[in-house]
Design a protein around this ligand. Structure first.
Ligand SMILES: O=P(O)(O)OC[C@H]1O[C@H](OP(=O)(O)OP(=O)(O)O)[C@H](O)[C@@H]1O
Ligand SMILES: Nc1nc2[nH]cnc2c(=O)[nH]1
Length: 181
């Protein structure tokens, strides 16, 4: 199935039934791994909102959750870029943390998020991402423990992911169709 968003064509690669099945399995893994613990799930906005909502319905152990946004801005000196996590409303010291992402592409966002989370001295940090582009990742991560789907290096939309602000509410996931010349 193909759709058009702002003159760009996309074709469906993963439908919502597949996503739900995969999320049920990831939920089981998380319930087992964190049984008798009390993890904090940290969703990285905006893209994670759908994944987080469906994933958390499968989590039956004690947990807390928080949503954050990664913000970059120039410091007072305007010479250095400073990043911060906006919205974190709990202390992560000595906590088991699970970072929830919609996609790890270059991995730059995840690297920043991990640096900021690790600075709070949590007991452990695991990453749960719905999508991973193995051929695009620029960093070595040893804690991406839960991956919904590995995908090719295509631009994707749907299920939280946008193209120019559009397409986030599509239940399925689509990849960009590059027109032949
Ligand atoms: O691995 P990377 O190449 O860093 O890309 C991954 C990030 O890109 C998207 O966020 P984006 O900055 O587009 O913001 P959004 O979630 O608000 O759409 C996505 O939600 C990830 O956080
Ligand atoms: N919508 C969207 N956002 C991204 N951020 C990083 N990679 C992607 C992608 O493939 N699609």
């Amino acid at each position: 199935m193909k759709i058009t968003i702002n003159h760009k064509e996309f074709e469906r690669i993963i439908d919502y039934n597949q996503i739900k099945k995969r999320i049920r399995l990831i939920g089981i893994q998380l319930n087992v791994t964190y049984e008798k613990q009390h993890p904090v799930f940290i969703g990285v906005l905006n893209g994670c909102f759908m994944f987080m909502a469906d994933l958390m319905k499968q989590i039956h152990i004690a947990n807390e959750l928080s949503f954050v946004k990664l913000s970059s801005y120039d410091g007072v000196s305007q010479r250095r870029q400073v990043d911060e996590l906006i919205g974190l409303d709990c202390d992560l010291a000595d906590r088991e943390v699970v970072i929830v992402e919609d996609i790890v592409d270059t991995g730059n966002s995840l690297k920043h998020t991990l640096d900021l989370v690790n600075a709070q001295n949590p007991a452990s940090v695991a990453v749960c991402t719905l999508l991973l582009k193995p051929k695009a990742v620029n960093h070595i991560f040893d804690n991406i423990a839960y991956v919904g789907f590995e995908i090719d290096n295509d631009f994707v939309v749907g299920y939280g992911l946008d193209y120019q602000g559009m397409g986030r509410t599509l239940p399925d996931i689509y990849r960009e169709v590059i027109p032949e010349k």
